[in-house]
Unconditional design. Structure first.
Length: 158
């Protein structure tokens, strides 16, 4: 019988990553030419962990850091998002196990400063954490955003 991996096990499973690959013909229209860096899950988690209290980062900034670190044209938009999601759930799993220092995933936003409802706690949990750190969350339709998030983006290096 197959035993499902925990979120922390998924975070530690690097498989054959990181790697840099050429952007194939099917993706050139969307991504352009050059190379794409596909990070390991732990790389995305490590970037998220470096965001200090009161600061924020978006998946696009994470992608840029990954690209610079590996000398690629861009960072993979799919894997960076998936690995941030895994890091968020692994952090909650660690917290439930009694760990105190977890990845502050609530500081990682989607592009445009949007909250990611798929993170643990959903909008309510994220909003609580962000307000505690001094951010104002605004509702636009069914989506939520950190107001003026650009002013608080952490400037991290690879």
């Amino acid at each position: 019988m197959y035993k499902r991996k925990s979120w922390r096990e998924k975070l530690l499973d690097d498989k054959d990553l990181p790697k840099v690959v050429a952007i194939g013909p099917k993706m050139r229209k969307q991504l352009g030419t050059g190379t794409v860096a596909i990070p390991a899950p732990r790389e995305v988690d490590a970037i998220m962990r470096r965001v200090p209290e009161g600061k924020l980062i978006t998946i696009n900034e994470i992608r840029a850091i990954v690209a610079r670190k590996h000398g690629a044209s861009i960072g993979c938009h799919i894997t960076c998002g998936i690995f941030a999601w895994i890091a968020a759930h692994a952090a909650e799993e660690a917290l439930a196990a009694g760990e105190k220092k977890i990845t502050p995933y609530w500081r990682t936003l989607k592009s445009g400063g949007e909250l990611n409802a798929k993170y643990p706690g959903g909008f309510d949990g994220l909003q609580k954490q962000l307000k505690r750190e001094g951010h104002r969350v605004v509702v636009r339709g069914k989506r939520m955003f950190v107001e003026n998030f650009e002013k608080n983006v952490a400037r991290l290096r690879p």
